[in-house]
Design a protein around this ligand. Structure first.
Ligand SMILES: [Zn+2]
Length: 192
């Protein structure tokens, strides 16, 4: 299956290939027009652990295709790279429980065998995050930045799902995630 052709823009308004710079932004969300994800929106898929995992895999395959065969990024590749990059620069609105700054770190309490406690409750800003461990004496606590790639730091799907939910709870409003809302989120609410 030609992986570069899996993702196609919803609107066919982008006739000119945009320059390959970090300033580039897409005009529309992306819908899969074929393949196993047909009809799904890449921006919405980011918010589920399985969807994020699949997008990361597709981007890896696209990157490897360029590395091996040369050539230039197509629109799908460029869009997916933009999307994954934005997912690394989130802007949580939840306030740190200790100092009222915005949270940026979450703690995972537990282990890979029995699962972790991961939720918006266990979040803090960069300066205060170690205080989360003080409240869990006797438990193993690890810390991660609030960003999408932290989903893949956990092996169990249940734990990955908790990280995806934590991102929604700390960064998004409670309204249902449509393709337009998800696109707007990555376009305007993530730091470039
Ligand atoms: Zn703080």
């Amino acid at each position: 299956m030609p992986i570069q052709e899996v993702l196609l823009p919803i609107a066919s308004s982008q006739k000119e290939a945009p320059p390959e710079t970090t300033q580039w932004s897409p005009a529309n969300p992306y819908l899969f027009k074929s393949g196993r994800h047909q009809g799904k929106c890449a921006e919405v898929m980011m918010f589920s652990a399985l969807g994020y995992w699949r997008l990361a895999y597709i981007l890896k395959m696209m990157d490897q295709g360029i590395e091996k065969g040369g050539g230039r990024m197509n629109d799908a590749h460029r869009h997916l790279r933009w999307l994954m990059g934005r997912g690394e620069n989130l802007n949580p609105h939840l306030q740190c429980r200790y100092c009222q700054k915005k949270v940026s770190i979450f703690s995972a309490i537990g282990d890979s065998r029995f699962g972790y406690s991961i939720s918006a409750i266990y979040t803090a800003c960069r300066e205060c995050h170690r205080r989360l461990a003080d409240e869990e004496i006797g438990h193993s606590v690890s810390f991660y930045p609030i960003k999408f790639s932290s989903i893949l730091k956990f092996r169990a799907r249940a734990d990955q799902d908790l990280v995806a939910k934590l991102i929604r709870d700390t960064c998004c409003t409670r309204s249902r995630m449509t393709s337009e809302r998800a696109f707007e989120f990555f376009l305007n609410q993530c730091r470039p």
